[in-house]
Design a protein around this ligand. Structure first.
Ligand code: NDP
Length: 312
């Protein structure tokens, strides 16, 4: 069993930024990289909205740069997944298992496990991932300027994404499985009044079509009723907005989570209900879900961890 000052779980912008700050504060952090090296960002095509990259950057390049920066100051990287945690509610040592084998005891823990977009589960969605399928309009919408896209979902996120995309694209379909939108009244109004947005109620996606990239979608209208029919729409982009789930299952019993599973922190800080345990990035952020916001919260978490150790 290794005893350490600071353990970070997650290798997205929050985890790497926490590592840079913790390493520069001489906490000799150990970072457990998790199942997706680089985090959710690695599923997007190009990053154009992270400050410091005037010409945009490939996600793997940006995450590799962050990793190297954390390494330069003495972060130790461990590949593998955390399989079990035991957190000391009184702020003593927290015990972390990696792949059921390697054990760490750490004085501070920074959780940066991120969130995962929900997908429909149809086969073609995976085939076209990164080639017309996206789960983030803010990240990828720009690539569809002047084109026709579809957004799946009828909640606030779907409406926001549709409205955002309508500012860039010539036409936006919303594919909604119910005969109504679930979103707040104001968002519904915004969508219904936008001449570029057409809401296709009571439709589910059967499959995406196209030569090497998304060029269309087959939808089923009023499935299981006498009016059932298959409709085809021509689109260049297919945006999922059917929700996210935070990757927080490991902490279900140890920490306070909200009803969606996001880790509850003291507002404006990364502090959880347990002293010395911090949550950074999308695992504690149901709202912004941006790399730059995640990076900033990773920074805050490392500063808090350092202050906590100094006070101890
Ligand atoms: P929601 O859970 O509110 O909505 C998800 C939408 O996706 C629903 O319309 C749901 O349909 C649909 N959906 C789910 N699964 C499928 C599926 N398999 N096939 C087709 N459609 C599917 O998620 P959001 O991400 O929109 O919002 C999460 C929370 O964040 C909400 O509380 C929301 O209010 C909040 N939010 C607030 C914002 C704001 O205030 N500006 C902005 C964004 C989010 P159905 O209705 O049939 O279940």
């Amino acid at each position: 069993m290794e005893n350490i000052k600071c353990l970070i779980i997650g290798s997205g912008p929050a985890g790497y930024t926490a590592a840079i700050y913790a390493a520069r504060a001489n906490l000799s952090p150990v970072l457990i990289e998790g199942p997706q090296l680089g985090g959710q960002l690695m599923t997007t095509t190009e990053v154009e909205n992270f400050p410091g990259y005037p010409n945009g950057v490939q996600p793997f390049e940006m995450m590799d740069d962050m990793r190297k920066q954390a390494e330069r100051f003495g972060t130790t990287f461990v590949s593998g997944c955390v399989t079990h945690v035991e957190l000391d509610a009184n702020g003593g040592l927290h015990t972390i298992w990696v792949e059921e084998q390697k054990l760490y005891q750490t004085q501070t823990l920074i959780i940066a496990t991120g969130a995962s977009a929900k997908y429909l589960g149809i086969e073609s969605e995976q085939t076209y991932r990164g080639r017309g399928v996206s789960a983030c309009a803010t990240c990828d919408g720009f690539f569809y300027r002047g084109k026709t896209v579809a957004v799946v979902g009828g909640g606030d996120t779907a409406c926001e994404e549709a409205a955002y995309l309508a500012g860039l694209c010539q036409k936006v379909y919303m594919i909604v499985r119910k005969p109504f939108l679930r979103a707040s009244q104001i968002m519904q109004q915004r969508v219904m009044e936008n001449p570029k947005i057409e809401v296709l109620f009571e439709c589910n996606t059967l499959q995406l079509t196209g030569e090497g990239k998304v060029q269309g979608a087959d939808l089923i209208y009023k499935k299981g009723t006498p009016e059932e029919q298959v409709k085809h729409i021509d689109i260049n982009g297919f945006f999922l907005a059917i929700g996210h789930h935070p990757n927080t299952k490991l902490f279900e019993t140890a920490l306070q989570l909200d009803k969606e599973g996001y880790i509850i922190t003291t507002p404006g800080t990364p502090c959880t209900t347990i002293p010395g345990v911090y949550a950074a990035g999308d695992c504690a952020d149901p709202h912004y879900r941006q790399a730059i916001v995640a990076a900033a919260s990773g920074c805050k978490a490392a500063i808090e961890a350092n202050n906590y150790l100094k006070q101890k």
